[in-house]
Design a protein around this ligand. Structure first.
Ligand code: SF4
Length: 577
């Protein structure tokens, strides 16, 4: 048993030297040890028995302890008075929020993976449906589709076949820029593999045709029978450590935990009974809809639908598309509460800022990209007056007369999750602390969890093929805006840089943002490497150093979105499908 688990059982993490926990950054969910000396974390030590990292951490994880005691940590609640955020007590901050909410209520991303690929098909951004339809055209014409799987487990194949028949390799080459021969070779290799796995990143979903893109990928996997068996399927890569877990817990507008639908009366009644309250019949708003709902003149805006917003551990003033629009929305709110570990660009606009505890200062779980539930363990006490997120939420809920919200520990909350959520029904701290690897669905305490989904049948019955035509991107290039912008990450920074930009080595490696541009475009525009350039879109403008590189194709530029001083999302569009 690792020393950290011994400490956890005894409840004495503070006295131990090494605490096994989960990385606070990406969705891989690597485990490592936090080395603790005299109540301070002094290092990260790799865990060589960890199934995921096998002791090999990336540079962010290896330095993950370095932001924890940074001088800029939020250590006390802040409330805006006379236009300034001022330090205050927890009581005053929570009373302020509770009153504000009560008053309102009473009034009513690129993938670096190409290096390892046998085929690297570089398509024009926004043309995913076209090349996916092209893949399926080739597979059907070469008779490589899985007829038995299609017959036994799917519906809608004939309609799909009619649509993709139009997407010949030559037509797809015209739309996407992928040479027909390369497309044909790659499609054939995918279909001939005994099992083939599709991994996709944010460039697929965060696009105006994102929903169509995902449905087309599912079409391709079903067409070749690459669903419901080991080493296959459709696998979205999670950029953040607990995106999967947050979605699993119902941090979506239309579902409760475990994707139980808000619109289903029986499900709603189940949660009403469990929580002793009444719940809304209609789903809420997505993030993009919320930002629109706060601004008059945009959908929902005329009704003044959104008047208060409580943001936890997110920084939409850097991470959301069209930052000027986000600023307008946040400034219109009657009450903006931000809960975070550092002062962020979003916190600068808040009425109240609440200091949360970092990953090293609280108990909990993260659920990684392959649905494995991983323990997060407390290694040190929260800095200053900061508190674990669940404690803050409970303290506020009690001021709002919320039923329940009385817990002694994060473990008690996990037990409630298991009771209310069939797919998490057999997951407990005890089993995780015994070292069991549990991926959901894990419905009972003797279930070993589920390595891959959809074995034997889909939850809805037959898998439905969606017949999808390629629709050109919502915004095309023209004479005034001749280049396509894609945004994404660098391996040295995480999300909006709130944590990683406070780590010296990572800042040394990548100190600020940059725009990658192809040498052909740079030559035409007379841009030199490292030269600072003005970049404008239909929504905004930034200044940023140029990096002239073949990494991006002609006609496309790439800007990482981590950097406030040259924020890529000043330029992007919030249009969604
Ligand atoms: Fe592992 Fe991701 Fe953390 Fe790097 S950032 S150590 S890959 S979990």
């Amino acid at each position: 048993m690792p020393p950290s688990q011994a400490a956890e059982r005894g409840g004495g993490a503070m006295t131990d030297d090494f605490v096994l926990t989960t990385c606070p950054y990406c969705g891989c969910g690597c485990n490592f040890y936090l080395a603790v000396v005299n109540g301070n974390i002094v290092d990260v030590a790799p865990c060589f028995t960890d199934r995921i990292s096998q002791g090999k951490l990336c540079i962010k994880g290896r330095r993950a302890h370095e932001f924890i005691d940074n001088e800029h940590r939020l250590t006390k609640p802040l409330v805006r008075k006379n236009g300034q955020l001022k330090e205050t007590s927890w009581d005053e901050a929570l009373d302020f929020i509770a009153k504000g909410l009560s008053d309102i209520k009473s009034a009513r991303l690129s993938s670096p993976k190409s290096d390892k690929a046998d085929f690297f098909l570089r398509h024009k951004p926004g043309t995913d449906v076209a090349w996916l339809n092209g893949f399926m055209n080739i597979i059907i014409n070469q008779n490589l589709h899985d007829e038995a799987f299609i017959k036994e487990r799917t519906e809608g194949f004939e309609d799909l076949a009619k649509i993709v028949a139009n997407y010949t390799p030559q037509k797809v080459e015209q739309i996407t820029g992928i040479p027909a021969e390369q497309l044909t070779q790659a499609a054939s290799a995918y279909a001939r593999a005994d099992s083939a796995m599709i991994l996709y990143a944010m460039g697929i979903t965060q696009h105006s045709t994102g929903t169509d893109n995902v449905k087309s990928i599912a079409n391709l996997a079903m067409l070749t029978g690459n669903v419901g068996k080991a080493h296959s399927g459709v696998n979205p890569l999670r950029g953040q450590n607990n995106v999967q877990g947050a979605c699993d817990m119902g941090a979506l507008p239309n579902v409760y935990s475990g994707y139980q639908k808000v619109s289903d009366p029986e499900t709603r009644q189940k949660f009403e009974r469990a929580w002793g309250t009444s719940l809304p019949e209609k789903p809420g708003l997505t993030v993009v809809e919320m930002m629109n709902a706060a601004v008059p003149g945009t959908p929902y805006g005329e009704q003044g639908l959104l008047r208060a917003l409580y943001i936890m551990g997110e920084n939409p003033m850097l991470s959301d598309p069209d930052i000027n629009h986000v600023r307008r929305a946040l400034e219109k709110l009657e009450l903006l509460v931000v809960q975070d570990i550092f002062p962020t660009e979003t916190a600068e606009l808040a009425d109240v800022v609440l200091p949360g505890a970092s990953f090293a200062e609280k108990e909990g779980t993260f659920t990684n990209t392959d649905r494995t539930v991983l323990r997060v363990r407390k290694a040190i006490e929260p800095v200053g007056n900061s508190l674990a997120d669940w404690r803050i939420i409970c303290n506020l809920a009690q001021r709002l007369d919320g039923n329940g919200f009385v817990y002694d520990s994060a473990e008690q909350i996990m037990s409630e999750i298991a009771r209310a959520t069939p797919s998490y029904g057999g997951i407990s701290y005890q089993r995780l602390d015994e070292g069991q690897t549990l991926a959901w669905p894990c419905p009972t305490t003797d279930s070993p969890g589920t390595t891959f989904l959809h074995e034997g049948k889909f939850a809805r019955g037959p898998g439905r093929f969606h017949s999808i035509e390629y629709i050109p991107t919502a915004e095309e290039t023209d004479e005034q805006f001749p280049l396509i912008l894609t945004t994404g990450r660098t391996m040295f920074h995480y999300h909006t840089g709130t944590m990683t930009r406070r780590i010296a080595l990572l800042n040394y490696e990548v100190p600020t943002g940059y725009m990658e541009i192809n040498p052909a475009d740079a030559g035409r525009l007379q841009i030199a490497n490292d030269e600072k350039v003005d970049v404008s879109s239909r929504r905004g403008h930034i200044e940023i150093p140029a990096k002239v590189t073949e990494r991006v194709p002609k006609g496309t530029v790439f800007i990482p979105f981590h950097f406030a001083e040259c924020a890529a999302n000043m330029l992007t569009s919030a249009i969604s499908s």
